[in-house]
Design a protein around this ligand. Structure first.
Ligand code: SF4
Length: 130
């Protein structure tokens, strides 16, 4: 895991609070106005699931990397909150737990079923102001 992601998730897992919209961030809104910033670095990365809006993008070096720019799903308040609840339910309390536990895949599948990813679920006004 990238150190920036590790440090962000470490704080989130310690504080166990939903951040909401972080308008102090220089990059806000990186997805859509009103987005939830709790999972700025995604615990599912790289999910490799295009239904979320994520996709493989080419790098300058000719490789490819999983890109999350068009994933609005995890930044919707209800999904962000439900993920925190699932972590609590499964006793996932640290970044190491996120990295090691197979339950992460189960949680991803559960959340996708409960909150089917669909960019159109976000306010289009918000989406257009991206
Ligand atoms: S596409 Fe969305 S769910 Fe998948 S890794 Fe990126 S932010 Fe996470």
């Amino acid at each position: 895991m990238h150190p920036l992601a590790y440090n962000h998730l470490k704080k989130i897992m310690e504080d166990k609070i939903i951040v909401g919209s972080d308008e102090t961030c220089d990059y806000y809104p990186c997805h859509f106005t009103g987005q939830d910033c709790t999972w700025c670095f995604c615990p599912f990365y790289p999910c490799e699931d295009g239904q979320t809006g994520g996709e493989w993008v080419k790098t300058k070096e000719g490789g490819r990397i999983w890109g999350c720019s068009d994933c609005y799903w995890l930044h919707k308040s209800e999904v962000a909150t439900a993920l925190m609840a699932e972590f609590k339910k499964y006793g996932i309390e640290t970044v190491d737990d996120i990295e090691k536990r197979d339950d992460i895949k189960k949680i991803f599948a559960f959340l996708k079923k409960k909150f089917p990813p669909n960019k159109r679920n976000c306010s289009m006004q918000n989406a257009e102001s991206k």
